[in-house]
Design a protein around this ligand. Structure first.
Ligand code: AMP
Ligand code: MG
Length: 494
């Protein structure tokens, strides 16, 4: 039986790049792999042959115990600024890229195992992952996809039957992650640090061909590439902000060139609205707080632009000028994307500059009254939007804001043919009834880790596939954590 059905299209284009950019490396087999989850809809999207689905052959593949011939595993090299400190050589220390799959519509996807054993980049780490981070990434990345945010995906999760040692002994697990690519800002930093102009150009050409082919025809392809990456990240971060998502560790090695959200470490969704919200236990100064995310994205993109200077212009002052202009555009793109998304959450389809004030004022009111961000927008999307007032203690200020909002959407109804029912439906498509609330994620992790009980994991995985639909059976999942349930700290747990 052929290992690769003829219509299954696999390539290893990254391995045609200079050898400095990766290291071939095989997974280390695990003792007793068992299935945790398999994402069949994603497998169909990828065109992955059925023999590798939730089968014994699939288990061998996704545990790294027996790879089919179409896999050529390797670890990618990258550098990165971690909490603003430059680390010249990070790389995949616990991840292995198996193959690039090209699906029936011609889209290319990386297939990566996370937690499959040490690599030349492990720097003393074990290359493994506990079960908790695998569950978190599976739940969060699939929920983000369902929420419409560009993100890496989770194709499969298996337990290893082995113990990994962190502060405590923990059950081990392996995740199979899918991404448009795993190329990060940190990859550009690494390539640029090698100091070979031809290699840098070759790499940038590869990225253009893979992610932004329209740039090749531009008068200045590398400047167009910088512009495209800036636009992609501005859009993604605006999307995060509109949902209350806090990435938690926006190091330059955790920001993709494609604009996909990657590395679901200490991430969480904000509940009570507060710009300063931080969940990550290691982020003591709040560098990656909710409200800092746009500024950090720009900081990271500035690091990216620095790596491209020599490609932008032969003389440095001119190159810096071009990069600066490109970076200045980030603010405009971000503010516009944010205004569009936040206005749409309020039911405003064609926002005007004044609408920013309406948005800011309700956010300020939410901050003052510690209103649950997601619940507010969902309640405002219901048939009786005034019911959202129950979330505010300051009734006078709420009433005056609500009257302004009502007037704004009434005025819109006059000039468009939209009924209030249509507006509510549109708002419900943007304001989720269900977000991955942190206490639920933590409960699922605790049940799986302590009791081997996957029932809550499975239930949440299912519930979060349709976050915009209110279902009575998931009413409890829509509620913010009670004081007793609240989890204010998350850990990378790597
Ligand atoms: P992260 O914080 O997940 O973005 O990881 C930062 C760096 O640490 C990357 O180079 C990872 O590959 C590496 N790393 C994280 N956990 C491990 C581990 N258990 N073993 C080896 N390397 C690791
Ligand atoms: Mg990372």
């Amino acid at each position: 039986m052929p290992a690769t059905p003829s219509d299954f299209n696999v390539e290893h284009s990254y391995q045609r790049l200079p050898a400095d950019l990766f290291a071939s490396c095989r997974p280390t087999p695990v003792a007793a792999p068992q299935w945790l989850a398999f994402n069949q809809p994603l497998a169909i999207e990828l065109g992955l042959p059925e023999q590798f689905w939730a089968t014994e052959t699939g288990l061998q593949l996704f545990s790294g115990n027996a790879l089919p011939a179409w896999c050529q595993p390797m670890a990618q090299a990258y550098a990165g600024h971690q909490f603003a400190n430059y680390v010249p050589r990070l790389g995949d220390g616990r991840a292995l890229l198996l193959a690039e799959i090209i699906n029936s519509t011609g889209q290319r996807f990386d297939l990566q195992l996370k937690g499959a054993g040490p690599t030349p980049f492990s720097r003393g780490g074990d290359g493994r992952s506990p079960l908790g981070p695998v569950i978190r990434e599976y739940l969060l990345s699939e929920a983000m996809h369902a929420l419409g945010v560009p993100t890496t995906r989770a194709l499969a999760a298996v337990s290893s039957g082995e113990t990994v040692y962190r502060d405590d002994p923990l059950p081990g697990a392996i995740l199979c992650r899918v991404a448009k690519s795993h190329i990060r800002i940190g990859t550009f930093q690494y390539v640029a640090s090698l100091g070979d102009q031809h290699q840098l150009a070759e790499f940038a050409d590869y990225v253009i061909a893979r992610h932004y082919p329209h740039c090749a025809a531009q008068p200045q392809p590398y400047l167009a590439l910088l512009d495209a990456i800036i636009a992609a990240q501005a859009a993604t971060v605006a999307h995060w902000m509109s949902l209350g998502f806090i990435h938690g560790v926006m190091n330059t090695d955790n920001m993709t060139i494609s604009g996909e959200t990657i590395d679901y470490g200490p991430c969480a969704f904000m509940e009570a609205y507060d710009e300063k919200t931080v969940f990550s236990a290691i982020d003591r100064r709040g560098r990656y707080a909710y409200g800092n995310q746009p500024a950090i994205a720009l900081w990271n993109l500035t690091r990216l632009a620095e790596t491209l200077l020599s490609l932008l212009h032969a003389t440095q002052p001119e190159a810096i000028q071009l990069a600066t202009t490109a970076l200045e555009n980030f603010g405009l793109l971000y503010r516009d994307a944010y205004l569009q998304r936040m206005a749409a959450k309020l039911g405003i389809t064609a926002p005007e500059p004044d609408d920013q004030q309406l948005i800011d004022d309700v956010l300020q009111l939410m901050q003052q009254d510690q209103t649950d961000f997601s619940q507010f927008f969902r309640l405002l999307s219901q048939q009786d939007p005034a019911a959202a007032g129950e979330l505010f203690g300051d009734k006078a200020n709420w009433q005056s804001w609500f009257a302004r909002w009502q007037a704004r959407v009434d005025q819109q109804a006059l000039t468009s043919s939209q009924t209030s029912g249509q507006r509510q439906l549109a708002m419900q498509q943007l304001n989720p009834a269900l977000i991955p609330r942190n206490h639920l994620v933590q409960q699922a992790i605790a049940q799986a880790t302590e009791h081997g009980d996957l029932s809550l994991f499975n239930e949440l995985k299912h519930a979060w596939q349709q976050p915009f639909v209110s279902k009575p059976e998931y009413q409890a999942f829509s509620q913010p954590a009670t004081a007793a349930e609240r989890v204010n700290r998350t850990f990378c747990g790597t």
